[in-house]
Structures are given as structure tokens and as C-alpha cells.
Design a protein around this ligand. Sequence first.
Ligand code: HEC
Ligand code: HEC
Length: 822
Amino acid sequence: MDPDLKSGGLARYAGDMIRRPAFFSLLVLVVLAVPSTGRSAPVDFAHEIAPVIRQYCADCHLGEKKKGRLSLNTRALWLEGSENGAVFELGKGAKSLLVELLHSSDPDVRMPPKGDRVPPEKIALLQRWIDDGAPWEPGFTFGKEGWEPPLAPRAVTLPPVVEGRQNAVDRLLDAWRSEHQVPRPAVVDDAAYFRRVSLDLLGLLPDPAEVDAFVAEAGTDKRTRLIDRLLARDESYADHWLSFWNDLLRNDYAGTGYIDGGRKQITGWLYAGLLTNRPYDRFVREWIAPGPEAEGFINGIQWRGSVNASQVREIQFSQNISQVFLGINMKCASCHDSFIDRWKLDEAYGLAAIYASSPLEIHRCDKGTGKMAEAAWIFPELGKVDPAAPREKRLAHLAALMTHPGNGRFTRTLVNRLWHRLMGRGIVHPVDAMHTRPWNEPLLDYLASDFAEHAYDVKHTLKLIVSSVAYQSEWARDEDPNAGSDGYVFRGPVARRLTAEQFMDAIWSLTGTAPQKADAVVAKPAPAGVVVEGPVARWIWSYPEGSSPVPKPGETITLRRSLTLDEAPFRAWAVVTCDNEYSLFVNGGKVGGDADWGSVETLPITLRKGPNEILLVAKNAGNSPNPAAVWCQIVIHSASEILAVGTDADWQWSALLPDARGKFAKAPDDWKPAAVVARQDFLPTRLDQAFRDGLANAVAPPRPVRASLVKSNLLTRALGRPNREQVVTVRPEELTTLEAIDLSNGDYLSGLIAQGAAKLVAEDSGKPAELGTLVYRRLLSRLPLAGESEAIAALLGKTPDARAVEDLLWAVIMLPEFHYGR
Ligand code: HEC
Ligand code: HEC
């Protein structure tokens, strides 16, 4: 870069600082204005703070006692302070009056005024706890038990329409605002709205040309029409929401348990359900009482070695279904009766016993009690699970009770999660503390009942919320992340940082660097407008019909085809189904499999130059007297051609089977030619369509891979993508030091940006103004302001080189506006 230019504002900022990693990460911290959190494990309020307060302060500050008008019963009361006002400031433990009084030896002010002093290490804990923002166990009180949430759904009568705001959310909020005398925030402009709603519904930044068209569009209902257009993009919708459900159901593509069989993915099945917007109640019934493709969720993780009694699979089941579907913290009740709500150890074990396949002993704090758990559902007013019924029946019964129309807790929990995702804060907050009071009960109840009335259609509720004026409002500021919903004042949606996946998709799309191949195995819908020739594959099996011996029910065989290629294809797909079960192996690695003959999978595979070996292990049903039949068509794209290879008489079979990784203990030497099935017409129309979709997909130009379908890496983990060994319902909002450093000088991101810059320079005519405009429009959905244009011009010079463009990209990517929107 021309050294003279370095005196300019943005040029200086980008050119000088970005090259210096340490200095720059400091800059990022300042720019994003977030505290560093490079500290050890957070203080455990329940086990480290609560006991100290009980022991040393109870006589004068808990329950009905409030000496000096200071009650320590709830977090809100701690914050209120004493007759003299606040006794500490969040984040400033060392400087607080409270800590000072605990250390003081002045008999007039010391706390407690008499009796044992609080030991220094416990004061240090309290101090750290204040530094951490005084996190509290949601709903916990030292005083009398508070509120018990209703179970039944409640019909809410909507208040009258004010100033034409028809949306039910707005009608409820208008009434709430006038009652609480809270002003209505201003509404954001069209471009900012488009960017926000596109990220929320599809996870993608909008295309600048679409934003222009939308801004120019006439009509008062144009935002509603935009929502409909976005929600109709099924594939992008599924790509985006997959992350939400993966976090919740702790489903991933790699990690603990996936290799050794201690854990099973539900990706293909989940994705298919998102594509078709499967109703939530049906989804949940299939999660709780699953077929083989969905059982990964309830089976949880088989941890290696011996684990605490509260971590066995049965208890994971109890904890996870309670947390995910009901917002109940059974974790606290799986060691001892809960101190924060009404759940008891026996109830945690009752749910666990529904899942258990053998008798389960109740453990208290990891010690056996000698008492056996009896299968039981936790809301008997809705019905009971018969403990004597076989396991499958018990699970089916539980699935029905969970999704029972009388279970308002079930619908409230989900709509509250959706509200949180779209508005940045739950109506009940935190979202897993559904036993605590919502800040707006009619709103929560209305959304929940409306959701059930609309057949548990998630897209319906999303649309209801994002079309409200409330959602379209400017961000509210100054939220305390540890505050609960009780007493919360809604001043507008809370700004949310881009998720790891949104960030990656934005960067990949701008720089054209998305990976070639997804890690998640999902069947994508056929791209519009791609027409395919009829399938070339044929159903094949082992014996010609009428031959003997007749195959035994459950027959399992291996079918094989070797395939020699002149060049390495840049992509290849296998479209497969089987009567009844198959596993597909390519070059000694398992690619996929399925046990449902009524479904077809489209599996990306990797083929190489030279010989390739395709193995299909096929199994017929336990009761069918016909051989196992398979149908598989492989579509191969290479630079020079598109090649289709299907199952046919060129395939061979053997009764010897490979192991789970596709390796034979002893290579078969008895390969025999496969037989083409005489009847080829047993394809139901639905399957035929799936084949055509699969093939259309395989021949269509590749669509960019989305971050949700790729394994996590250092950067996405730093940006908050969880490892999914635990249920995660809310990702951390605060940016940590680690994230800032990864953003600013991680090799991976630098590499992408360098590639993107080189590409932009090569593609562009080289006019700096155009480059700046392009980057601003793509990343921020707006044009640079006058001052920014000047800085860009100074930074890029007359004929920008790749390095200057790289600096520009960095500067924009580091803007809070990029991360938070407007
Ligand atoms: C035996 C009664 C007693 C116990 C036990 C006690 N306090 Fe107090 N506390 C008081 C009284 C009385 C006041 C009112 C101020 C005063 O008279 O000194 C007070 C006031 C306070 C104040 C407010 C001071 C101010 O200037 O506004 C704080 C903070 C406080 N206590 C913290 C604690 C903590 C923390 C504990 C437990 C570790 C504790 N106290 C235990 C009696 C007690
Ligand atoms: C892994 C086991 C385990 C889990 C999970 C657990 N606890 Fe505990 N908890 C204990 C043990 C052990 C004790 C002390 C022994 C006892 O209960 O008598 C205890 C005691 C407590 C106490 C009493 C402290 C006092 O003396 O006032 C509270 C409050 C508490 N736990 C809250 C919670 C909450 C809230 C959760 C969920 C966030 C939770 N516990 C989860 C093991 C656990």
C-alpha cells in the first residue's frame, strides 16, 4: 500500500493495525465493547453462594427479615439494596460496599455485626460472583415459594386495535404499554428490516438487488409479502433452523460417541422434517417414540467409563425431554429434590424409568437409595403412563401426553424459544426457567394457544412474530443479561450478534469460499427447473426369481461394483433405496444407510481417479421370503462429462459381509453376478418423485454449502457454536477474548478474506467507489455514508490491489453494525 495513504482515517485503522495481531485483537475488543471473560469456571450460585448467605445472613436478611431494609431473598432485591441504596454494582465486586462490610473490622459497620466472620475465601467467592454479574438460579428465592405456572392452555381475548396495528402481538403489547406507560420504539427502515428478517428466517444476508427491489416496492403490506417469500424458501429455511434444533437436540456430525457407536445422528430425518415444515407435535412424538432414524435423541450419549448416576442414559433422557420440551430443569432434581422449583428426585427418576429397559435404582447425590424407580409422567392431571406396559408402549404413551392438547407448558415452551430467537429475550427468561413468571402472561398464552390452533405450525408463529410492529422496532439498549423476566420492561427487540453459522455463510458468500462438500448427510430438494432423464438404475437382487433355495427372512448380502475413472470427479452422488435396509460403503468408508424402504436417500460420495469400490450391504425384512433388493444410481460430475451408473447385471453379490467400517475379515472369493428383478414397477409415485429429485440434485450445478451442514471448527466454536454434548437452548451473547482473537488474526478467517479480496480485484473493473459500494451493500445492506466513502477512497487508492481490498473487508467485518445489524 502507498505509505502516504496511511494517514487517512479508515486507511490508518485498517492498514496499520490489522497487520499487527496483538494490537488488533485489542482493537476488536474496544470496537465491540465487550468485557473479557478469560477467567476460570463461573461461581456455582446454588452450591457456593446460597449456602454462605444461609449460614451468615439468614437471621437478619432472609425470609421476612430485612435489617437496614435489605432483603437478600431474590436477585432483584439484592440489586435494590438497603435503605441507603445499592450495596454493589454489577461487575465491581472489589469496590462494593457489601464486600467492604464483610471484610471490615469496625464493630459499627461490619457484617455480620456479631458472631462468626465470613471466611476470606468465601468473601472472595462472593466478590467473583458480583464480578460475573451476580448470576442467579432462575426462579430461586430464599423467601416463600413464588409463582406456580398454570399447565392448561388459556384462551386470550385480544385487546382492541390501536392506530391500525392489527397484529395480535401488537394488540397485546399496545395494551401492556399503555398499562405500564412505556413508549413505543421507532420502526426500522425497509433495508434494515429486510436484513434482520432474512437473517432470522433464513440465516442469510439479503441479496443487494433484492433489497433494492423491496425498497422500491409499493403497498402497505409489502413486509408481509416479503415474509411469505422468505418462508417459501424451504431449503434455506431448513439449512438455517437445522442449527437451532441441532443445539437443542445435541445432534452433530462428529464428536464424542459418533465413531464408537455411543451416539447416533438424526440429521437426515431432522432435515427432511424442516424442509416440509413438519408440525411440531408430530416432530416431538417421533422424537420421544422414535423409529431408527430418529432414535439418536432419546438415546443420548453413552459416556465412556463409569459416570455419575446423574449422567446415565436414562437420566439424560429425563433431563433432556424436560428441558427441551417443557423448560423444566430436571438436572437439579436428579441429585436431590430441587431447591428451585417443585420437582422431586422421584419425579426425575419416574421419567427416566419410562425410557429404562431394565429396573432402575434411585440414586441420591450419586448414592444408591435401595428404592426402585417406577415409570411415571410428571403431570398426572393429563393422564398416566402405565409402568407395567412394555417400553415401546410407555414411550408412545409419553409422546401422547407430552403433546396432549391440555399441555400448555409444551406449547408455551416452544413459542417462548421462538420469541427469544427473534426478539433477543424470552417472555419467560431465561427460556429454560418456564416455572418463572413471564413478563407478559397474555402474550405468552396467546402465542401458545394460537400455535396449537394452527396445527403446531412453526412457520405460522414465526410469521406472526416477525410481521409485528414490535419486531420491526429499533433495538432496545442496556439489558442486564442475568436479569429474569419478572419485572422486565419491554422496550423493543434486543440486538443479537450473528451466530457462528450466519457469520460463516456471510463470509463464504462474499468471498466465494464455501466448502465444496457438506459433512451432514441430508437429502436436498430438487432445484427448480432441472429436468432429468428417467433413472438408469434397476432393482437388483441375489437370485433369479423362482430359483431355489428361497432366501431366508432377514437375508443379508453384500453387493459390489467397481468403477474405474479416468479423472477425479469434482462431485458425485448416490441415490439409494433398498427393500428393506442397506448400508453404502465407498472405497472402504461408510457413506450412509437407511432402514426404511419407503424413503430414498441422496448421498454425496467421494470417488477418485482410478479404481473405486462401491459396496452395498442389503437386508430383507424379518418376515419376507424374497431376496434383499437394492436400487442405487450414482451420478458423477467430472470436468468433461456427467456419468450415471446404476445397479444392473454388472453388479456382483456375496453372502460374506463386511464389518461396520466396510472391511472384510477375509475378502470374498465367491462373487456371483447379481440378478435384475423382473418386475421393475414397484416404485410408488412418492418414491419415483424422490428418485427424480435426487437425480435432479445430482446433475444440478452445486449450490453453496451452508455452515450449518459442516462440522464445527476453531472459528465457529469461538463464535459460539456449541460442541453439542449438552443441550444448548441459548448461545452466549457476549463475545469472549478468544473470539476476538480468532476473528482478528486466526489463519482460517485471514485466508478466506485474502482469497475473497483477490477475487474481488480480479472480477471488478477496479474502481474503488464500486468496490466499496459492493462490500457495503453485501455486508450491511446499505451504501457507504459520505465520510465512509472518503475513507474507502483513501484506503483503496486509484487502482486498488488485493491487499488494500483485504483491509477494506477486515474493516467492515469488524464493525459492530455487521455483527448486530441496525
Ligand atoms: C445479626 C443481624 C445481621 C446479620 C447476621 C447480618 N446483618 Fe447485615 N445488617 C444488619 C443491620 C442491623 C443492618 C442495618 C445497618 C446497620 O445497622 O449497621 C445491616 C445492613 C447491611 C447492609 C447495608 C449497609 C448499608 O450501609 O446500607 C449490608 C450490605 C449487609 N447488611 C450485608 C450483610 C451480609 C452480606 C450478611 C451476611 C454475610 C449480613 N449483612 C448479616 C444486621 C445483620
Ligand atoms: C451432581 C449432583 C448435584 C446436582 C446435579 C445438583 N446438586 Fe445441589 N447439591 C448436591 C449435593 C451433594 C449437595 C449437598 C448435600 C445435600 O444435599 O445434603 C447439594 C446441595 C444443594 C443445596 C443446599 C445448599 C444449602 O446448604 O443451602 C442447594 C440450594 C442446591 N444443592 C441447589 C442445586 C441446584 C439449584 C441445582 C441445579 C442447578 C443442583 N443443586 C444440582 C449435589 C447436586
